[in-house]
Design a protein around this ligand. Sequence first.
Ligand SMILES: Cc1cc2nc3c(=O)[nH]c(=O)nc-3n(C[C@H](O)[C@H](O)[C@H](O)COP(=O)(O)OP(=O)(O)OC[C@H]3O[C@@H](n4cnc5c(N)ncnc54)[C@H](O)[C@@H]3O)c2cc1C
Length: 406
Amino acid sequence: MVAVSVKRVVVVGGNFGGLAAALELKQELGDDVAVTVVSASDRFLFNPSLIWLPFGKRKAPDITFPLAPTFDAHGVEFVHAEATAIDPTARMVTIAGGAQFAYDYLIVATGYRNDFDVVPGLGPDGFAQAITTLPDAERAGAAWRDFLDDPGPVVIGATQGASCFGAAYEFLFNMAYQLRKAKLKQHTSLTFLTAEPFVGHFGIGGLPGGEKLLKMFLKKEGITVRTGVAFEEVGGDYVKLTDGSKVPFAYAMVVPPFVGQDVVRAVPGLTDGKGYIPVEDTYQSKAYPEIYAAGIAAQVPVPWQTSVPIGIPKTGFPTESMAKVAARNVAAAIRGEAPVAHKEFGEMAAVCMMDAGNNGVLILADHMLPPRKAAVMIPGPQVHAMKLAFEKYYLWKSRHGYVRLP
Ligand SMILES: Cc1cc2nc3c(=O)[nH]c(=O)nc-3n(C[C@H](O)[C@H](O)[C@H](O)COP(=O)(O)OP(=O)(O)OC[C@H]3O[C@@H](n4cnc5c(N)ncnc54)[C@H](O)[C@@H]3O)c2cc1C
């Protein structure tokens, strides 16, 4: 009998996309595949809860868990290291320190990095806070505590090219709630500056009745809104827009655009100008058939033009779907079968709970992007409770590796 060598799959990134892809693949193929996850972080991070961290409602241990025990329990090799190079010809991933991992198939789930360069004055050395990574949110928390001692106007925003609008809105409404709790609401102003063409576009073309509903909430909270804006500069106490106007602040949180990670960008022909990987509906790279991409690392073409460019949010639910599609197709390729799963991003269902401190809005749609047959927005305090419960459920199911639950 001729020994059949076990195929090696390397997954780079171990968060929403990487965890789901690695576990799904292992469940598909068991001992017929050797899966290695290389992750720069040794912990899973439930990014949606970063909106609460600056206000002290969550700390890092509440919204993270160590990845190694989960992967160990499911027969996946876990390497805590940054991947520094991918060689698509030699089919090799190099990690910091120089060790190399050969692969037959590679799944890229490296997510995003903040592009603070888009506007001077953003980023850790700048003047506006961010909440899009754990260190950003921790810094935003320190700045919030300082603000409470010396309050003033508050600006929340999302720049040109941004895509994570949901988080900007959630932070905005949580801010309104926290200002009220701190009895500062009457003494401060709250301004929302967004590159979206209209309130509630969210980077997904808006939802029926969404603009009206959000405008009602914004009015109720006394929030001033400017849509379709582009940021020119953030100074020590002001945001300057490209129309020349200046908005003063004592506290600002601005969501920047996301781009793909440098290690992926460096692979010739693999990515677009933003560092995202163009993929087929099988989540297979258009340039290298043995490379797959899932989550934010995968390119989703923007199907419309806006006067100020904005991106499409690749949220947790579609990320997990993409990861499972990619994993099932890698499994099919290993079995020598044709791809089994196909799903375009725009046709995936949209399920999102937007939090507002003690209230929220549930968004359900049959498709992420228009045209849609069904879409609803359901507001109410029950959504806040659902979001709290979902965080616990998602961390629990991910820690235990239950990727096949709905
Ligand atoms: C503030 C905020 C709020 C959000 N709220 C929601 C929400 O309410 N609902 C929702 O559905 N989605 C939400 N999202 C989006 C959700 O977090 C993303 O969809 C999800 O994180 C995408 O998963 P991913 O695996 O593609 O990328 P990521 O979660 O970014 O994971 C990428 C992983 O790759 C690792 N990595 C990066 N580079 C390397 C490298 N060179 N080598 C090895 N490892 C590397 C990183 O350390 C990270 O662990 C929110 C996001 C943010 C930032």
